[in-house]
Design a protein around this ligand. Structure first.
Ligand SMILES: O=C(O)CCC(=O)C(=O)O
Ligand SMILES: [Fe+2]
Length: 251
């Protein structure tokens, strides 16, 4: 696929009604009261496993199962918005329920209070990230996929992000996508694998499917080096995911 024809992940929107706009506006301004990280994290030695060299790595048991359960119960109470109708030209089809919030404090908690920072900054992996990692994207997204829902093949963009919890604020750029899977077959979710296509073709032969694991954190490189990828259709149960991005210092 030519770079200029790349499908982006912008929210596929038809014209939302004023009521939908008002609900979305209310939802984006007030950060939720996210559950505490209990028990204290990390619960295991966080060691990256590489799934695709220099492109996809995972941390298993990043969240323990009971914390995932607490999070899913909590996330259910948020005003998730179901993807409206047809995507704009050039946007990937995302059919799921989503909650999105600018929450610099929660991004900091995920970075500083989970062991993620220490794991990411280790010498063995620090070359992967495309610069000096300074934190996580405050743009936090929650996805719920119910049976029939999926995220069609697309590329994730790199974005410029200002981190506001430092003085002075830090100008950064996102380089890797972070997905934290909160459910899997253990909770009855069938399907929903995140699938990577290393050669820009959505071909079954070349597919690298990553099965859901409850509590697993996945990082994949995005921007110019992003692999084509999709979230496969969920066939039963629910797939819940938390999404943010790794941010490096902008030069
Ligand atoms: O839900 C998934 O497995 C993939 C999500 C994704 O590709 C994205 O958030 O850009
Ligand atoms: Fe993506």
């Amino acid at each position: 696929m030519a770079k200029d024809k790349r499908l982006k992940t912008a929210n596929p929107q038809t014209k939302p009604s004023p009521a939908v706009k008002a609900a979305a506006a209310a939802a984006v301004t007030t950060p939720p009261d996210w559950p505490a990280f209990k028990p204290p994290l990390p619960v295991v030695d966080l060691e990256f496993d590489s799934l695709v060299e220099d492109k996809v790595v995972v941390l298993r048991s990043f969240f323990p199962k009971n914390l995932c359960r607490d999070y899913v119960s909590f996330l259910r109470t948020l005003p998730l918005i179901t993807t409206p109708g047809k995507p704009k030209r050039g946007d990937a089809v995302r059919v799921n329920d989503r909650f999105q919030i600018q929450d610099p404090r929660f991004a900091d908690r995920l970075w500083l209070e989970t062991g993620l920072k220490e794991a990411v900054l280790r010498d063995e992996v620090s070359h992967l990230w495309g610069g000096q990692v300074v934190g996580l994207n405050p743009n936090i997204r929650v996805y719920r996929y119910t049976p029939g829902q999926f995220f069609d093949a697309h590329y994730d963009d790199a974005n410029n992000v200002t981190l506001t919890t430092t003085t002075p604020p830090t100008q950064s750029r996102t380089t890797w996508t972070i997905l934290i899977y909160l459910t899997s077959s253990t909770e009855g979710c069938v399907g929903g694998e995140t699938v990577f296509y290393p050669h820009d073709r959505q071909s079954a032969k070349e597919a690298i499917p990553v099965s859901l694991e409850t509590g697993m954190l996945l990082l994949h490189k995005h921007g110019d080096d992003c692999m084509l990828h999709e979230g496969r259709e969920v066939k039963a149960g629910e797939k819940w995911v938390l999404r943010t991005d790794l941010c490096v210092l902008r030069k």
